[in-house]
Design a protein around this ligand. Sequence first.
Ligand code: ADP
Ligand code: MG
Length: 424
Amino acid sequence: MNVDVLLVGGGGREHALAWKLKQSPRIGKLYIAPGNGGTQNLGENVPIGVMEFEKLADFATEKKVHLTIVGPDDPFVGGIVDVFKQRGLRVWGPSKAAAQIEGSKAFSKQLMRDAGIPTADFSVFTNYDEAFRYVQDKGVPIVIKASGLALGKGVYVCQTLEEAAQALKEMMLDRIFKDSGTQVVIEEFLDGPEISIHAISDGRTYKLFPPTQDHKRALDGDAGKNTGGMGVIGPLPFVSDAQMSDIDDRIVKTTFDALNAKGIQFSGLLYPGLKMSSRGVKVLEYNARFGDPETQVYMRLLKTDILDIFEACVDGTLEKQPIEWNSGFAANIVLASGGYPDEYKKGLPITGIEDAEKVPGVIVFHAGTTFDGALKTSGGRVLGVSAVGTTLKEALDRAYEAVAKIHFEGMQFRRDIGAKALAA
Ligand SMILES: Nc1ncnc2c1ncn2[C@@H]1O[C@H](COP(=O)(O)OP(=O)(O)O)[C@@H](O)[C@H]1O
Ligand SMILES: [Mg+2]
């Protein structure tokens, strides 16, 4: 029986999920709310925002949608899954209680401390003077984080006391992140490479995906500001099976156990961001959703029908559901608007995608695009150029060959995605 699916979101992650869902032999109608210029070729874009829970639930009811899948963090933290369940609708993803692990860094840091999960040493503050005294006491470098969601902009890695004072002032006195900055987490600076772990769970069992690596800074050589992510590679040649099983035992399993002990069942995708620091592996933070742009790489590597996996999560049958991966590697290079993550122009025409997709192994995922007769930019991260290859080098070479064929005014991207992994 074919099943109709509603996918909530409109970024690169959702285009990649839609692309993979569309390949399921069981997919019926695919709706994407609100979708983007790429998803409209795979299904029907529906003009409802990701935070309009009642409208989305009305739509799912009216269209008799079999399953709703949610992409972004805000709706999970806002309780979209609880609203859908109250209305008797089948929905994939974590409850509001479970999504706190992403929505409150104060909550997740305390959970890690209580469960003995390795993470940066920290303290939580609601008072500026106390926070500043703590920073003076600890010294720099130091990391200051708004506890709540802040569109990936709420973390300041401070090299001087002046920067730290400024960060605390912006969050606690000027309240630039509103209530997201009422609580501030201050933590020790950790060195070393970052990796992304994805574990999918039905609330009873979980399964690990292969590790991937995003590149968070805007510019080559990890310079410039933190962004939503500028490019991903996977799987990672520098992470051994032994390291993955250690990460599984000491971090992933312990996290699910700690949530269960609090009476919180986590069903959905748990994505811990890790630092492979000189003092061991440490959790930087948790996300309660698929990574963006990690998903673009995962969907290129995944062999199993993703609809089967989502349904197994919702039905509580993940234990019996195999998750298989293609051999080889994938890379995804983000093409961003000039100026991102600060101010940037929108509405600029995009050319060359068709040519780019003629390069073997390449698929271009849309993120911030709209189509109004012509394809135009509409966001900070515009496109994700993904490629698969037998080797990581082949995947990267193909992706960059395709990038060279795409153009929009001010287009900005990193030329060193995966370079460190290739050199290692
Ligand atoms: N303790 C830390 N030491 C060094 N860098 C950090 C630390 N915490 C965060 N960062 C950097 O800041 C980025 C964003 O931090 P993170 O906790 O993942 O917040 P969010 O993704 O919610 O903005 C990380 O990807 C990492 O590059
Ligand atoms: Mg993060």
